[in-house]
Write a new protein. Structure first.
Length: 143
């Protein structure tokens, strides 16, 4: 008999969970979902609205920092060749990051042009210094 929660959750499984949650959310919002065949595309999915406009989406898993104030996610992928490790950003190759945070069970959509080329974060709670300028509030990107 299958016992829930016994499968080891490696990075592929975690990514699949995020992609599934993001796809479900876009379908709930009425978008057509277009999935590329094979794993060689730089984007994970495309969405299409009722007028036929499309957007390329890169799915990411968001993790809450230890203080519980930020959702962090990578905005580049890691290419590892032998001992070399390179970060490769996605600028110009897709339109949006869709970020799934399993701890909150929420999806966030943010333009690639609004974040840096290696990592980004969305703020859940106010900073200790109460900084407001240039803060990306998670609630503003939730879909």
């Amino acid at each position: 008999m299958l016992t829930p929660g016994k499968r080891k959750r490696d990075t592929n499984a975690i990514g699949e969970i995020s992609e599934s949650a993001i796809a479900t959310r876009f379908l709930q919002l009425g978008y057509m979902l277009l999935l590329p065949y094979g794993g060689n595309q730089r984007y994970d999915m495309m969405i299409e609205d009722d007028e036929g406009e499309t957007w390329r989406i890169q799915c990411k898993t968001g993790r809450i920092n230890k203080e519980g104030t930020l959702i962090k996610f990578d905005t580049a992928n890691h290419n590892v060749t032998g001992k070399n490790r390179q970060m490769r950003h996605y600028r110009g190759q897709y339109d949006y990051f869709a970020v799934y945070c399993e701890a909150l069970n929420k999806v966030y959509l943010i333009s690639v042009d609004q974040v840096g080329t290696t990592r980004a974060h969305l703020r859940i709670d106010a900073a200790k210094n109460n900084q407001e300028k240039n803060v990306r509030w998670a609630k503003d990107y939730e879909i």
